[in-house]
Ligand binder design. Structure first.
Ligand code: IPM
Ligand code: MG
Length: 348
C-alpha cells in the first residue's frame, strides 16, 4: 500500500528541514517496508511569488487527497510589508481551515543532554513533560478583521461546539497521561473565555470525572510555566494563547528547533515544526531538523505506524544523546542540517 504524503516545504529554512523529513521517510520506508510517496507543493511566500496566492488550489487539492501533510515553515522579510494584500501566513491559516484541523498538539520534552541549552536553572527542568493542546481553527485568528480610517478590529468568537470538541481531545490525552488538565483562559476579562471555562468544566465533569481539572488565567500561566514547569501535564487553550504559550514552552526545551506539532481534524492530519522560517539562517544548511523529524514521527503515529514512529523518536534521542547538535543547541557547533539528518538515519 502506498502512503501519500503532501510535502509543503514553504520558505526560509522550510525547504531544508523538509528535505530532512523526506530522507528520513525514505529510510523508514526501506527499513520497515513501507511505500511513502512524497510530493511537494507550494505554500506561503514562494507560492505568492509563483502564483500570486499564498495557498494555490493545487496545493489544497493535493493536501485533501493525501494521507497526511507535512509543512516546513512559511514567511520572511520579503513578504513582510504590513500593507501587503496577501501574506504567507494567510496560506497557512487557510490550509488549517480547509483541512479542518482544529486540534493542535505541541508536546514539550526536555532532553537531559540539553539542560544547559535552556536559560532556566537545570533543577527547574527536572521532570518537565507536558503537552499544549491548542484550538487551531477558531478564535481571534479567524474572526472578522476590519481596518477603518483610524481604527481596526479583530473579532474573537467561539461556539460551545468548538470548545467542546477540543476539550474532549485534551481530556482524552490527559487520560493517557497523568490525568491532570490545566485549562487556560482570560475569564476575568473575556466573554469567550467565560464560555470556554463553562464548557471545559462541563466536559470534564460529565465525561472525564477522573481528571483533575484546574483553570488558570493566561498571564499567570505564562509565569508559572517558567517558575514551576513540572507542574503541568496537559495544557488546554484557545488559538492565540496557545500560539504564545507554545513559543514560551520551547524555551524550556532549549530551542525552538526541537518542538514538533500535529494538527488533527476529522479526517486530516497536518504536521509541522513549531518554529518559523528563520530567514537569518536560511540557505546555510545549518537549521536544526529535529523538530521536523519529530513532527514526521507524530505523523507516522497518526498513520498508525507506531513502530516506525517510535523508531524515529528513539533515533532523534540517540543523535542528541551523542552530541549531534546544531548551532542553536551548542555554541560554535559545526553540525549541519545534513549531519543531523544522517545521524538520525544511521541510528534508525
Ligand atoms: C504557529 C505560527 C503561526 C500561528 C503563524 C505562522 C501564522 O506562529 O504555528 O505557531 O500563529 O499559528
Ligand atoms: Mg507560533
Amino acid at each position: 500500500m502506498t502512503i501519500k504524503i503532501a510535502c509543503l516545504p514553504g520558505d526560509g529554512i522550510g525547504p531544508e528541514v523538509a528535505d530532512s523529513v523526506v530522507s528520513v521517510l525514505e529510510a523508514v520506508g526501506k527499513k520497515y517496508n513501507q511505500n511513502f510517496e512524497v510530493n511537494k507543493y507550494l505554500i506561503g511566500g514562494c507560492a505568492i511569488d509563483e502564483t500570486g496566492e499564498p495557498l494555490p488550489q493545487v496545493t489544497i487539492d493535493a493536501c485533501k487527497n493525501a494521507d497526511a501533510v507535512f509543512l516546513g515553515a512559511i514567511g520572511g522579510p520579503k513578504w513582510d510589508d504590513p500593507n501587503a494584500k496577501v501574506r504567507p501566513e494567510q496560506g497557512l491559516l487557510k490550509l488549517r481551515a480547509e483541512l479542518g484541523v482544529f486540534s493542535n498538539i505541541r508536546p514539550l520534552t526536555v532532553f537531559p543532554k540539553l539542560l544547559d541549552a535552556s536559560p532556566l536553572k537545570p533543577e527547574l527542568l527536572e521532570n518537565v513533560d507536558f503537552v499544549v493542546v491548542r484550538e487551531l481553527t477558531g478564535g481571534i485568528y479567524f474572526g472578522e478583521k476590519y481596518r477603518g480610517t483610524d481604527y481596526a478590529t479583530d473579532e474573537c468568537k467561539y461556539s460551545e461546539k468548538e470548545v467542546e470538541r477540543i476539550a474532549k481531545v485534551a481530556c482524552e490525552m490527559a487520560m493517557q497521561r497523568g490525568k491532570r488538565l490545566t485549562s487556560v483562559d482570560k475569564a476575568n476579562v473575556l466573554e469567550t473565555s467565560r464560555l470556554w471555562r463553562d464548557v471545559v468544566s462541563r466536559v470534564v465533569s460529565e465525561n472525564f470525572p477522573e481528571i483533575e481539572l484546574e483553570h488558570q488565567l493566561v498571564d499567570s500561566c505564562a509565569m508559572k510555566m517558567i517558575q514551576n514547569p513540572s507542574h503541568f501535564d496537559v495544557i488546554l487553550t484557545e488559538n492565540m494563547f496557545g500560539d504564545i504559550l507554545s513559543d514560551e514552552a520551547s524555551v524550556l526545551a532549549g530551542s525552538m528547533g526541537l518542538l514538533a506539532s500535529s494538527s488533527i481534524g476529522e479526517s486530516s492530519g497536518l504536521f509541522e515544526p513549531i518554529h518559523g522560517s528563520a530567514p537569518d539562517i536560511a540557505g546555510q544548511g545549518i537549521a536544526n531538523p529535529y523538530a521536523s523529524i519529530l513532527s514526521a514521527a507524530m505523523m507516522l503515529r497518526w498513520l498508525k505506524l507506531e513502530t516506525e514512529a517510535k523508531a524515529v523518536e528513539d533515533a532523534v534521542h540517540e543523535a542528541i544523546a551523542n552530541n549531534v547538535l546544531t548551532q542553536d543547541l551548542a555554541n560554535n557547533s559545526s553540525v549541519t542540517t545534513q549531519d543531523a539528518t544522517l545521524a538520525v538515519i544511521e541510528y534508525l
